[in-house]
Design a protein. Structure first.
Length: 253
């Protein structure tokens, strides 16, 4: 079996780490990306099933570093067939109580990472795919969006807007890259319990978040990773252009 090669951004913890594990279990060789927590990324890579996994670092909000992340993954793995654009940031800036300086700074950083980082990494991957001898050969791009792109993020409007733009980017590129044999999809998770979101929960808040879904629970990273792994599979080509809601029926559209 030909082993496929995947780059998962923001994979030192949470959803990204779970995605890396699912892809490795499915036979992918994985580049685990982090911005700064190299020790955590190395721990994730070391625990993955299979061999040949590696760690790449860089701030994808910086265009030059984003390109270096993709280039390093290609150098380390020999190729990249699957790109999971998971890295992102969440910053609250309620408009009525945020200073103009903070408002502009927050918007710039969120857009730089969540939208432009995704766009720039995707451009670099496509450039790699079109230049390599064997061509795209069923390559996959999976972007991690958000339920907040559809229902709104009143305390974090930059986050919600950036994820809505990621959904639109996904569908635009699905149409433009389909003729090249590259499938582009997105997932739109609701609230997911990770080490970053856990501090946001206390007793009443936990119950309120759990009650959002008729399943009566909060999503785990594995719930998202399972769907991403399917979208990365050869059989998921016809899903190209889809933005898959992964919110446990907590928001329907």
């Amino acid at each position: 079996m030909i082993r496929r090669h995947a780059l998962v951004t923001g994979a030192s913890r949470g959803i990204g780490a779970a995605v890396a594990e699912r892809l490795a279990a499915a036979g992918h060789v994985v580049a685990v990306h982090c911005r700064a927590d190299v020790a955590a990324a190395k721990a994730v890579a070391a625990a993955l099933p299979g061999t040949g996994h590696t760690v790449v670092t860089g701030d994808i909000g910086d265009p030059d570093q984003a390109r270096a992340v993709l280039d390093t993954a290609v150098d380390e793995l020999g190729a990249v067939d699957v790109l999971v654009n998971n890295a992102g940031i969440y910053t609250e800036q309620p408009i009525a109580t945020t200073s103009y300086a903070d408002w502009r700074a927050d918007w710039q950083r969120v857009v730089d990472v969540n939208l432009l980082g995704t766009a720039n990494l995707t451009w670099c991957l496509v450039d790699h795919l079109l230049r390599r001898v064997q061509g795209p050969q069923g390559a996959r791009i999976i972007n991690v969006g958000s339920r907040g792109a559809h229902r709104g993020e009143p305390e974090a409007p930059a986050y919600g807007a950036s994820k809505a733009a990621v959904h639109a980017l996904t569908q635009s590129l699905a149409q433009s890259l389909g003729p090249r044999g590259i499938a582009v999809t997105a997932v739109a998770p609701g609230f997911v319990l990770t080490d970053l979101t856990e501090p946001m929960l206390d007793g009443p808040t936990t119950e309120a978040v759990r009650a959002q879904s008729p399943f009566g629970r909060i999503a785990e990273p594995a719930d998202i990773a399972d769907a991403v792994a399917w979208l990365a599979s050869p059989g998921a080509e016809w899903a190209s252009g889809a933005v898959l809601d992964l919110n446990g029926a907590s928001h329907l559209r």
